[in-house]
Ligand binder design. Sequence first.
Ligand code: C5P
Length: 236
Amino acid sequence: MNKKDVIIACDFASAEDTYRFLDKFKDEPRKPFVKIGMELFYAAGPDIVRELKRRGHQIFLDLKLHDIPNTVKKSMAVLSRLDVDMCNLHAAGTIEMMKAALEGLTREDGTRPLLIAVTQLTSTSEERMHDDLLIPGKIGDCVVHYAKNAQKAGLDGVVCSPLEAGMVKEACGREFMAVTPGIRFADGAVGDQVRVTTPEKAREIGSDFIVVGRPITAAEDPVAAYKRCLKEFLEE
Ligand code: C5P
């Protein structure tokens, strides 16, 4: 796995739509790293993971688990058998839940997919965090606190806004991964995301992986948009 990469969020409603989209990349030398989220996984099931793996894609399975520790542990054991490269949960589920997840994810031979924790969703503003979630203070402080919890539990990193990647690295060290959605081109639409920045800025702040959905999937030329992301993020 590359230490830095662009992950395309395949937020499609069906396997067919996903294959139609990914077929556009079939002549590209680099098979995109893809993210399968809830919409696609609930629609297409584990078979979509197996098929994209067979086609040579690395997979981030973004199911954001958040439940009692025992349920999360057992669910992670099931996901681990799917041989994904990265999966995640909500840090809000507590350190105990994150430790249980790690146990469930670890295979008998000691290997496991990377496990990262969602801190605060990039669609959540500080105001919503205060008023809806009743969490006071700065959103950055909450993100750093959740990141430290994830590190205590033994996880590999967090999902956060690219704007917070620098703080996370400062608090948890350079090796602790920052996977960052909320990426938009300087000349693109923001949509429902709130805490966003460009691929170039995400690189400067310290993201390890950027997760990009609509700026690529809804682009007129998705392959060109993907290449633009790679160029801006990796300076390729
Ligand atoms: O289309 P867009 O680039 O906004 O897609 C971002 C993707 O990243 C979506 O699949 C969304 O579910 C996911 N995500 C996010 N914020 C988080 C965690 C995941 O936007 N904190």
